[in-house]
Each structure stands twice: as structure tokens, then as C-alpha cells.
Design a protein around this ligand. Structure first.
Ligand code: NAD
Length: 259
């Protein structure tokens, strides 16, 4: 099998990091299944993948719904005949509150999307990958959780939970040539992080440029992370150049976190 001729499912591929990952994997010759809640943004990514000469399929779904997850993998198999790569990228920020002010619903929803959603997708693709005797799964975690960030406890728990999940599943499926790794981005350039800076600035009575500068200064390279850097790391973990890497969590944080 030519391993560059593969199908990759990217959850949350409609925008942000997921879109960049979808486009980078398309540049590496993959056909792409975009699985996302938002139909409009998903269709834009689909067109961008096609513009790169690869096939693409959009599946509107909610990761919190096990039936949607099953349908997503079924539709991918119907269209392309295999699922070689799964990128568990979709995620939500969750509440920005002290632990004692977080509701059970807010906690459960954050875990349901970020951690349970990755479990549901992974559970669904493993039998397919075992039959193929090949698979690459990359979970998009975060350095938040490794490095304490106050008022983000459900997000941190979900993202560090993904690291444990990665290691555990990797040890179960390695003999089938299925690798499971995590990528942990730092603060990624883009609209989402600008909104976070504005929110923090308002709460601290300062301006968002000052917050951004402070954030950049936390990293060894004094910069934010480019979406392309994260996507390149993901593509590497799905390539034959990383065949003997599994169960790892790779920080792409410009040196903000080194463990
Ligand atoms: N942006 C950052 O600075 C940063 C840093 C570290 C980690 N991450 C992680 O990277 C991933 C992508 O982040 P982003 O910044 O691109 O986020 P984003 O909000 O721009 O995109 C997330 C995507 O996931 C989709 N999504 C959300 N809930 C869903 C659900 N229930 N079912 C299906 N799709 C759903 C959204 O529609 C959206 O397209 C997330 O897991 C995030 O935690 C981001």
C-alpha cells in the first residue's frame, strides 16, 4: 500500500487548527473527511481541500452523540473504503471560572467534547484500523494542563486526560501498526487567541497587546505558535518518518513547556 494515498478524518476540521491540519494532510496527499458541527465552515474547508487536488467529504455531526460518531466513520468508509488517519482535533475552551463556580453541566460538556468525543471516535476506528493492520491517530491536546492555568480546570483536565488516553490506547494497538500520539500546542496565532487576550485584558484592566506580549514572553522563543507548525507536527506523526513513535505527547509551544 502506498501510505501517502490515505484517508484522514479530521474532527473540528471546519476552521482554526483543524482546517490547517486538513489542508496540510491534503498537501501530503491525503483525502480528507471533515467532521464538524458547523456546516458552513466545513464546506469551505472541503472546497479548499479540493482546490489542492484531493478528494474531500464533509460530515455534519456532534461528537457528543455516539450515533453521529458511528455515522461519520460509516460515511468515510462508504466514500473512501478506508480510514487510515484519525485526528481528534475538535475541542471547546469550556468555562473560564474558578473551580467552585463551575456547574456540573459546564464540566460535563467540556469533557464530553474534548475527551469523551476523542474516545468515541477512537473506539469506532480501531476495528477498521486493526483490519487494515495500519492506522495513525493523533489527539490534539494542549500545554494547558501540563502548565497550570487558573480558571480553566475542566479544559486542563480534558487535555491532560487525552495524554493518558493516548498512552493507554497506544499500548493496546501498537502490534497492529497503529500509532497513537498527542500533540500539545501552546497559544496558537489566530482569531480565537485574540479573543482570549481581549477577555483577559478586560478582566485585568489592561490592554490586549500587553496580555499578548506577556503570553509570548512565557515561551523560550518569545512568540505565539503558528497553526502551520502544529499541522506539520501532525503530518509528521502520520508519515512513515515517525513509524516508531507511539504513545508520545509532542509539545509545539515555541518552548513554553518543555516536559
Ligand atoms: N487555538 C489554540 O491556541 C489552541 C491551543 C492548544 C490546543 N488547542 C486545541 O486545538 C483544537 C482546535 O482548536 P481551535 O483553536 O482551532 O478551535 P476552534 O474553536 O477554532 O475550532 C474548533 C472546531 O471544533 C468544532 N466543534 C466544536 N464542538 C464540536 C462538537 N461537539 N462536535 C463536532 N465538532 C465540534 C467547531 O465547530 C470548530 O470547527 C482544540 O482541541 C483546542 O483545544 C488550541
Amino acid at each position: 500500500m502506498d501510505r501517502e494515498q490515505q484517508t484522514a478524518i479530521v474532527t473540528g476540521g471546519g476552521r482554526g487548527l483543524g482546517r490547517q491540519i486538513a489542508l496540510t494532510l491534503a498537501d501530503w496527499g491525503r483525502d480528507i473527511v471533515i467532521a464538524d458541527l458547523d456546516p458552513e465552515e466545513m464546506n469551505e474547508t472541503e472546497q479548499m481541500v479540493r482546490d489542492r487536488g484531493q478528494s474531500a467529504l464533509s460530515v455534519q455531526m456532534d461528537l457528543r452523540d455516539p450515533e453521529d460518531v458511528t455515522r461519520t466513520v460509516d460515511e468515510a468508509l462508504d466514500e473512501f473504503g478506508s480510514v487510515d488517519v484519525l485526528i481528534n482535533n475538535a475541542g471547546i475552551a469550556g468555562p473560564n471560572l474558578p473551580c467552585e463556580e463551575i456547574t456540573v453541566e459546564e464540566w460535563d460538556n467540556t469533557i464530553a467534547v474534548n475527551l469523551r468525543g476523542a474516545f468515541l471516535m477512537t473506539r469506532e476506528v480501531i476495528p477498521v484500523m486493526k483490519d487494515q493492520e495500519y492506522g495513525r491517530i493523533v489527539n490534539i491536546s494542549s500545554v494547558t494542563g501540563k502548565r497550570p492555568v487558573s480558571q480553566r480546570s475542566p479544559y486542563a483536565a480534558s487535555k491532560l486526560g487525552l495524554v493518558g488516553f493516548t498512552r493507554s490506547v497506544a499500548s493496546e494497538v501498537g502490534e497492529y501498526d497503529i500509532n497513537v500520539n498527542a500533540v500539545c500546542p501552546g497559544s496558537v496565532e489566530g482569531e480565537r487567541i485574540e479573543r482570549v487576550f481581549e477577555r483577559y485584558a478586560k478582566a485585568r484592566g489592561t490592554d490586549s497587546e500587553a496580555v499578548k506580549r506577556g503570553e509570548m514572553d512565557k515561551s523560550a522563543r518569545c512568540e505565539l505558535v503558528k497553526p502551520e507548525s502544529v499541522a506539520d507536527a501532525v503530518a509528521f506523526l502520520c508519515s512513515s518518518q515517525s513509524d516508531q513513535m507511539t504513545g508520545q505527547d509532542l509539545n509545539i509551544s515555541a518552548g513554553k513547556v518543555m516536559y
